[in-house]
Design a protein. Structure first.
Length: 143
């Protein structure tokens, strides 16, 4: 399980340190793709395979299913952590998430997320203001 929040910088070559706490859980190879809310999602291979199986079951006849599958898979790349604990994030993914200097890397249960610092602050502040309402809505899911 991934949890926690870490601040890291992305260098001019698009490399960022993966927090040591997350490296073992990600494994030697993992998948990085566009996430929701203008961030990137990183999945260990076993979690990616589970997600892939679910997405394969979406009906091809549904426009939203096709769009979501395209969005998710077209940005997906297999990553490997180098000896310095960094990954290289491809330019299209950096552009999508607005990653250019200061970044936040967070653990979210079965995945990690890479956020531009400013995007994370905006998202967190907006969510923090409505956290009680969000929590109340989660009661429908027995949480």
């Amino acid at each position: 399980m991934f949890m926690g929040e870490f601040q890291h910088n992305i260098d001019t070559k698009g490399r960022i340190i993966v927090p040591a706490k997350f490296r073992d859980g990600l494994g030697e190879n993992f998948v990085l793709t566009r996430g929701l809310d203008k961030c990137l999602f990183a999945y260990p291979m076993d979690e990616w395979q589970l997600l892939e199986e679910k997405l394969k079951k979406l009906p091809l006849t549904k426009k939203d299913a096709r769009a979501f599958t395209r969005f998710f898979f077209s940005g997906a790349v297999e990553c490997e952590v180098d000896k310095q604990g960094r990954i290289n994030i491809p330019a299209p993914l950096r552009k999508y998430a607005g990653l250019d200097k200061e970044c936040v890397v967070i653990g979210v249960s079965n995945r990690i997320e890479f956020w531009a610092d400013s995007e994370w602050e905006t998202y967190f502040e907006a969510s923090e203001d409505s956290f009680a309402e969000i929590a109340e809505n989660m009661m429908d899911f027995d949480i």
